[in-house]
Design a binder for this molecule. Sequence first.
Ligand code: ADP
Length: 747
Amino acid sequence: MAKKTPNSKDKQAQHKQASPASNESRVEAAKGAAGSGPDSNGPVESKAAPGKGGPPQGSVAASSDTSSAKTSVLPEAKAKAVEPKPLVPDSAPASAQTAPAKTVAPETVQPAVEKAKIGELTSGPAPSAQQGAKDKAEKPPVAQPVKAASVSEPASAPKKPAAGVESPRGDAKPARPPSFPTEAEFMANLPPLPTEEVIDESQEAEFLQAVEAEFKDLPTVEEAAPAPAWETVEVVEPEPAPEPQPNHVPPAYVIPSMYIVQITPELAPVAKVGGLADVVFGLSSELEIRGNHVEIILPKYDCLRYDHIWGLCETYSDLWVPWYGGAIHCTVFFGFVHGRKCFFIEPHSADNFFNRGGIYGFNDDVMRFAFFSRAAMEFLWKAGKQPEIIHCHDWQTALVPVFLFEIYQHLGMRHPRTCFTIHNFKHQGVTGAQLLNATALHRPEYYFHYDRMRDNHNPHALNMMKAGVVYSNFVTTVSPRHAMEAKDQGQGFGLEPTLHIHHLKYGGVVNGIDYEFWNPEIDRYIPFHYTVDNLDEKYKNKKALRDRLWIADNEKPVVAFVGRLDPQKGLELIRHAIFYTLQRGGQFVLLGSSPDGQINNYFWSLKHQFNEHPDCHIEIGFNEELSHLIYAGADMMIVPSRFEPCGLAQLIAMRYGTVPIVREIGGLADTVVDKDYSPKPLHERNGYVFRDYDGKGLEFALGRAISCYYEYPEHFRELMKNAMRSDYSWKNPGQDYLNIYDYIRDK
Ligand code: ADP
């Protein structure tokens, strides 16, 4: 039976009594506070110093004084106008700011115990006697979609309710243990993360000085926005309209529709590991909407989400792909993935290339995808397809332009031109001479030339990504800022000289997101739909998220992270954000996974530490459905990456009115505009940005966000609306890619 929180009834009663005056009066009070506070003139003025801008614990508590005019109105308060909620009691210590325990409904507890037993049988040893209610009422893990990144709990893991299980409303909230570890205590018990860098406290003063120095010369509001022209310009009588001239202007150039083939290792939602999958799906949809014919070719993995493929049927049964002097027999299937026309290549060979339960992470990945690239080209040729554009993605399909130029154009495929998009420079597919033998390219002395495929650093290795850059007609990466960083700022992972040589055919196009799939108005994975005009509905999703993850239902902001747990994503800052958020009176939700066992174990340890914490939930695994609920239910999304070519998490978050907090790097810098420090107009500001990769940097942005949430809810709400109004659909990038295709097709 679920353990009751000591004094849970008292807390509940206290909670109810503590309901402040009507919500309306809180709105008024907050307006007053906002009007007279330092932020009252809008974001430009509110230059909170790092680490000081937000309310310390005390100021959060102070805002809960129900009789005071300083009482805060949280952005969600509007959603709860009928049922006002109390703020955290003034005197409550951080550890006491928990939600009241819910009444335990006997009929819901019993099944939970039964499920816990099933959990014991299926996922490791029984939990220890000290484990609290959350453990005991645990439910067995829900079957997750088979994904490369999905992981299983280590054998020693204690039981934990799976996030896929709805917590029955009315269940007891988990009991709170006496204390949770601090970040330092937690780190003392574990080896450092693979990428761990010590966060140097002594750098704070230096950091503050740097920030002050940087922003002291910012223009004032008057300088930045001089008086509108109409105030100073005399009104002049309009001249009579000139006589209409015969119109000799030729009609605007319209790009004729094209036949485009995408060759890709990933496609959302059937084979998704990261953003590449979303990009191929979203871009293909946009290109079709604009009247082009688009086909997508990808491997037929055994772990495809077959429930998202319609009309799957064999379409080409006799494809023989040259491989190591012989040939491998393949079958090609056709099916629709949410309307997109897809071909799936299935090889029949002892190598078992794509029947491994995952997409990446195997020793022979280079060979697997070299084979796929060759098979895709062989299929196009044998099937007599002559697309105008072949668009390939990342190192996995970087050999496609090589095969086209060196083999298939001599066999009659003279028509297609190739566009190569690099989604991540970190992984380049570096391998040895056996690649040439396997793919029947042969002639090592030719391909090992520096101008072709030879790796820039290892003269005995071939670099597939470099080959893609050299052989394609156009090369893009996924944001203009990252295009520059990769070429000129050392983020090209050794490809800088190659990018310089080919700079005339190189550029950056910022990714979009699919506005149909990621749409809070119709999203099938979230219980309550909303738009910028009825934002209050978002808070019902926040409640649903809390119910699902068994975290407390209170007035705190929910800060989230969704993404791969890769060193690229800033693992130590993610960890720091968890502790900092809890310390600043927020809640934290993490959804992520890693193919690296060490990283996974690290986050499992963290998860165990917070297993019973009412304000924190860590979910390890890949879960598309849950990610939608997090985007919809969270208030803020952190993306503290070390490097980030584009990043989709911040774009999706904005679409759902979840304020992004990002590092100023790559595509994050191109898409998020800081609320307080950007020179851009107020209505274009849509999040918080920090520059330095350290704890203070993160606190500088996250602290301001939490402060704004508590102290200036009206401003925070405006920020949410700005984020929702930012257009990161495929409309603009779709046009950019069409321009590129049109540019290269006549070359
Ligand atoms: P990257 O491509 O580097 O992984 P992006 O931010 O560009 O990062 O794209 C990540 C995409 O994958 C987003 O759509 C994000 O929601 C999704 N994603 C990442 N990890 C998970 C996970 N564990 N569960 C569900 N979705 C995830």
